[in-house]
Design a protein around this ligand. Structure first.
Ligand SMILES: Nc1nc2c(c(=O)[nH]1)N[C@H]1C(S)=C(S)[C@@H](COP(=O)(O)O)O[C@H]1N2
Ligand SMILES: [Mo]
Length: 190
């Protein structure tokens, strides 16, 4: 009985040391908390112009930071998220002129394609809902190619490295998930 407290202290000390030592000494464990951006390129095509951008090129462009919140066709809400990405208008501008007569085709390797008309590329003409899924007048929206969600590189499961997002300056605005194209690898001006 009189040994129990010193023995307990020794055990706790040894345990703390082992945990602390292995935690600090294992570089894989230490870095695995910070996800690496996924590899992947984004191709922008406008007539004869074709531009290929990788992660470094895209994240070097001016960024839009705001909020994103979407609802799937079956009514499941995902978000609200803090989103960061590049305005679609900025990406399109890299490949040349674009006007009211043009549509923008956003596609992914799984075959998913969503077409945005000129107004939508400018953030206009989307249906928006409040948190209770009641339709509300649209606040200003910015259509972005998102590469960060809640401060971390967008994961594959969430549609990374690049996903369309309909972003707002204020949180709580829900948009339809169908336009949130995951794994975007091609932007075509038609
Ligand atoms: N590449 C790709 N993006 C996609 C889809 C898809 O099938 N493929 N489905 C869309 C639809 S209809 C919805 S509702 C949301 C669903 O998003 P989630 O898979 O993150 O729940 O993704 C959208 N983006
Ligand atoms: Mo959907």
């Amino acid at each position: 009985m009189k040994w129990s407290i010193p023995v307990l202290c020794l055990c706790l000390l040894a345990g703390a040391c082992i945990c602390g030592c292995t935690g600090n000494a294992d570089p894989v464990q230490a870095t695995s908390a910070i996800p690496e951006p996924l590899p992947g390129n984004l191709t922008i095509i406008n007539g004869d112009t074709e531009i290929v951008l990788n992660w470094d090129a895209i994240t070097a462009l001016p960024a839009f930071e705001g909020y994103g919140y979407a609802v799937s066709t079956v009514g499941i809400k995902y978000g609200p998220y803090e989103v960061k990405g590049v305005a679609l208008t900025d990406l399109i501008a890299l490949a040349g002129d674009f006007g009211t007569e043009n549509n923008t085709w956003i596609s992914a390797p799984d075959g998913y394609l969503w077409v945005f008309d000129y107004e939508q590329v400018q953030g206009e003409g989307f249906i928006t809902f409040d948190d209770g899924l009641k339709e509300v007048p649209s606040p200003p929206l910015t259509v972005i190619i998102m590469y960060e969600q809640d401060g971390l590189p967008l994961s594959y499961i969430d549609g990374g490295p690049f996903r369309m997002a309909i972003a707002t300056d204020t949180p709580g605005v829900i948009t339809e998930g169908s336009s949130w194209v995951k794994w975007v690898d091609k932007i075509e001006i038609k």
